[in-house]
Design a protein around this ligand. Structure first.
Ligand SMILES: Nc1ncnc2c1ncn2[C@@H]1O[C@H](COP(=O)(O)OP(=O)(O)O)[C@@H](O)[C@H]1O
Ligand SMILES: [Mg+2]
Length: 409
């Protein structure tokens, strides 16, 4: 279900945006518009659908329009054209009082520079949104206390912001946003001012909180690693235009253009992509009851030197061609006694972990899902290709669908 729906938003900054809207629609460049009119094209024809309960990341270089876009959601900025729906409410239709209420109740914001009041204590800062909502003192203190505990700040209630580290100050910012119980959190570069280690801790904490709270979170960053760690979906902006929108995998596996590609350069792909991305659909599977001669025939036809053996949907083991020939020579009725254990990796295992398993052993690896379900064999060449896309990998001769170099007899 869509929580925030953005439809064909245009934003032109300057004294007469309406005069230039048509030209913006017709595609005049940002530079030309500025030269011709002194107006700045903030956003051009942005449409997005942000699902309830998801973390939606907006990414782009500085000046690409991220803050402009997020400020439309609570109408801190009004669009020059287009529509914003939150829970199917057209935010442009709200009158002054309704808008105030909407801002207080539906959304809360976490800012890059924390935005704390220096002369108020930690607990007063955390309770601020509740005070604005008109909640009584005892109740708001209790609520603020609860959220300070949730973000790991118990014991710091009576400190002042300057007595806290950057990471702790931002935890206060987060507690303040969560305390209002708003369904939507808007986080504009909320972690960008923090040191890398603290930043990572904050990302983990946000993910842990989100697993319980299930808010709709719009998170702005210019850091792709952060986007990939946090985002269920990611939108990439450039010069006010939406260049690509999709899941982290969509973006990693099929970057729309060189701009997106340039963000991908330093990304740790081995952490973001997992075994499920490098699985070959099984083209031959056997069961314990398979007849040896039949199994051998099928392996020979496909030029495979082994095949996975299943028990229902679950992986039971592997039958090598050698073992299968052995079974034929012995006149066995089925392959059961000749099946060996097969190593497997869960579909969710990161490719860096998979790669290290791969390097330690030339044995084929199965990829398994929930309840040991067999999903297919790991493709070694796909793993290498995904982890190091810039390298031209010499294709090994594909003697079996898992394309492992070989299996010890
Ligand atoms: N109030 C404003 N008046 C004029 N131009 C603005 C204003 N706010 C933003 N802009 C312009 O809109 C573009 C997008 O800015 P912004 O949304 O702040 O980018 P980001 O958050 O991605 O760094 C920039 O070119 C910026 O100069
Ligand atoms: Mg910004």
């Amino acid at each position: 279900m869509s929580k925030i729906e953005v439809r064909n938003i245009f934003k032109i900054f300057g004294p007469h945006p309406e005069r230039w809207l048509d030209q913006a629609r017709q595609g005049i460049s940002k530079e030309d518009l500025l030269a011709k009119s002194g107006h700045t094209l903030g956003l051009r024809n942005i449409s997005l659908s942000i699902e309830e309960g998801s973390i939606f990341v907006i990414m782009g270089l500085s000046g690409s329009g991220k803050s402009t876009l997020i400020r439309h959601f609570n109408r801190l900025i009004e669009p020059s054209g287009g529509q914003i729906l939150v829970d199917d409410i057209d935010v442009m239709s709200l009158g002054k009082t309704a808008l105030e209420k909407f801002r207080q109740q539906k959304m809360s914001m976490v800012f890059q520079r924390f935005g704390l009041f220096p002369h108020r204590s930690v607990i007063e800062n955390a309770a601020y949104g509740l005070r604005v909502q008109g909640m009584g003192k005892a109740e708001r203190r209790e609520r603020a206390q609860h959220w300070l505990e949730q973000v790991g700040l118990a014991g710091f209630e009576h400190q002042y912001p300057h007595q806290l580290s950057g990471g702790m100050q931002q935890r206060v910012g987060l507690a303040r946003a969560l305390a209002t119980d708003a369904e939507i959190l808007l986080m504009d570069e909320a972690f960008s001012a923090l040191d890398p280690l603290i930043r990572r801790e904050m990302q983990d904490q946000l993910l842990q909180l989100q697993a319980r709270l299930n808010k709709t979170i719009v998170f702005i960053t210019h850091d792709l690693d952060e986007a990939l760690r946090l985002g269920n979906r990611i939108a990439i902006l450039k010069d006010g235009e939406l260049i690509q929108e999709g899941t982290p995998e969509d973006i990693l596996l099929a970057p729309a253009d060189d701009y997106v590609q340039s963000f991908l350069q330093d990304v740790n792909r081995g952490k973001v992509l997992n075994a499920a991305h490098a699985v070959n659909e099984p083209s031959l599977t056997l069961t314990m009851r398979s007849r040896p001669s039949h199994a051998l025939e099928r392996m020979a036809a496909l030029n495979f030197s082994y095949a996975a053996v299943l028990d229902g949907k679950r992986l039971a083991g592997v039958l090598t061609r050698d073992a299968c020939e052995h079974a034929v020579r012995q006149g066995a009725r089925d392959v059961a006694a000749f099946v060996e254990d097969m190593a497997s990796v869960p579909a969710t295992a990161g490719l860096d972990e998979v790669l290290s398993r791969m390097l330690r052993s030339p044995e084929p690896l199965a990829v398994t899902g929930d309840d040991d379900e067999f999903l297919g064999l790991l493709s070694r060449s796909k793993v290498v290709e995904l982890v190091t896309p810039a390298l031209e990998v010499a294709e090994p001769s594909l003697s079996e669908e898992g394309d492992a170099p070989g299996r010890a007899a």
